[in-house]
Structure formats: C-alpha cells, structure tokens
Design a binder for this molecule. Structure first.
Ligand SMILES: C[S@@+](CC[C@H](N)C(=O)[O-])C[C@H]1O[C@@H](n2cnc3c(N)ncnc32)[C@H](O)[C@@H]1O
Length: 218
C-alpha cells in the first residue's frame, strides 16, 4: 500500500474514520499477504482506496466489473463487495501463485461466488471478452508497460456510463522526478500524457493511494 496524498498518521486517521468501521477480512488478508509474500504486500491497495472503489461500484450500479492484476485479491475483495447479488467480477492475473490467499479472503467475506479469475496475460484475456459495450467498471493494476494496451482493449467494451480506474499513476511521485528514467516510470508518464491528450476521454487523477485515475468517455 502506498499513499502519495497523506502521511501514515493521516492515512490511519482516514481509515479510522470510515463508516462502517474497520474490516476484519481486509486486515487479515493484508497480514497474510505480508506473512506469505513479504515486501510484495506493498502491492495491495489500501483500505481507504478499497472503500472508495467499493462505493463507486455501488454508486454507478455496476454489474460487470473487470480487474487487470489481482495478486492476493485485496482490490478484488473491495470491488466484489460493491456488486449487487448477480453481479460479477472478472479478474485477469498472470500467475496462480497468489490465488489461494485471495480465495481464502473472498470466501471469508462471502463474495467468492461473484469472482471469476482468468490466469494468463491480461491482454489476451481482455481481447477474448465480448467485443461489445458491457463492462461497467474496470480497474487496471498490472504491469505498467501494459496500461495503454489495457485501456485500448477496454474502451470499446465499456458500457455507455462505464468508468475505468487506473492505479499507481503517480508512482510515489516519480512521475515528476526527472532523475527517474526506469521503464515503469517512463511507461506511466507516457500513459498519463496519452490520457490527458485523448479527445474522447474525461479523466482526473485522484491523490488516493499511489495516484488513481478516474476515466470515462466524453
Ligand atoms: C500491483 S499487483 C496487483 C495488486 C492488486 N490489485 C491488489 O490490490 O491487491 C500487479 C499484479 O499484476 C500481475 N501481472 C503482471 N503482469 C501481468 C500481465 N501481463 N497480465 C496479467 N497480470 C499481470 C502480477 O502478477 C501482479 O499480481
């Protein structure tokens, strides 16, 4: 979990003042992820971002949600919680290594029946989705070099009022640090430029987590 917008203390305050109060399944999943996968646990989204995304799923009445990059299932847990009965979340993840941990949490939260995981390259999985508008909300959080491809594959499949969320777009602030020229930073900068200059999109970067872009079609 990264936060560009708040100090650890302020972030804790934000989490402590959410309603309903603290969630045991998300806490347990965060602890298990750290125990099993060490520093990779930093890839899980935080509780503040999770609550926001769950609320957004509910606010727009999403029934079909797609996630690109699932890891141990933290963001999927929150997205699935926002879905109504009968709604579904399709998760694309390269590796099956993390899925046992994810499924334990999804079962504990009672949302596993809404979640389908497709293992493999997300670009292949997205390309195999029906070629018509049916995705109400998508969350992109996989390899940074693939963001543009995922956006391009999702846009024609997005429902008329659909929304795309994109994670880590501020990359701990590296996007404005000229000394950072690594592949991920360069890819995120290029993605942000593309979205900002796209005439068919409306987009705003929120300083939630590590930077979260909210996109819809104009
Ligand atoms: C930042 S983590 C996702 C974190 C997750 N959304 C959460 O909040 O817990 C990125 C994930 O994307 C997966 N990934 C990387 N490249 C991928 C690809 N080409 N296709 C599908 N998944 C990929 C990685 O295996 C990793 O689990």
């Amino acid at each position: 979990m990264r936060s560009v917008g708040a100090s650890p203390e302020l972030l804790q305050y934000v989490i402590d003042h959410a309603n309903p109060p603290a969630d045991p399944v998300a806490h347990e999943l965060a602890a298990l992820t750290e125990q099993r996968f060490g520093a990779l646990a930093g890839m899980n989204i935080g509780e503040d971002q999770g609550r926001f995304m769950a609320m957004l799923v509910g606010l727009i009445g999403a029934r079909t949600v797609v996630e690109v990059g699932t890891f141990t299932g933290m963001s999927a847990l929150w997205l699935a919680r926002g879905l109504p009965a009968g709604g579904r979340l399709i998760c694309f993840e390269l590796r099956d290594t993390y899925l046992e941990t994810a499924r334990e949490a999804w079962r504990a939260a009672g949302v596993d029946d809404r979640i389908e995981v497709r293992i493999g390259r997300a670009a292949d999985g997205l390309a195999a989705l029906p070629d018509e508008p049916h995705v109400d909300l998508a969350f992109i959080d996989a390899d940074k070099g693939g963001y543009r491809t995922y956006l391009d594959l999702l846009l024609p499949r997005l429902s008329p009022n659909g929304v795309i969320l994109v994670d880590n777009v501020l990359w701990s602030g590296a996007v404005i640090d000229p000394t950072r020229t690594d592949d991920d930073t360069v890819a995120i900068r290029a993605f942000n430029e593309h979205v900002a200059g796209h005439p068919g999109l409306e987009a705003v970067i929120l300083t939630v987590g590590d930077g979260l872009t909210l996109i819809r079609r104009r």
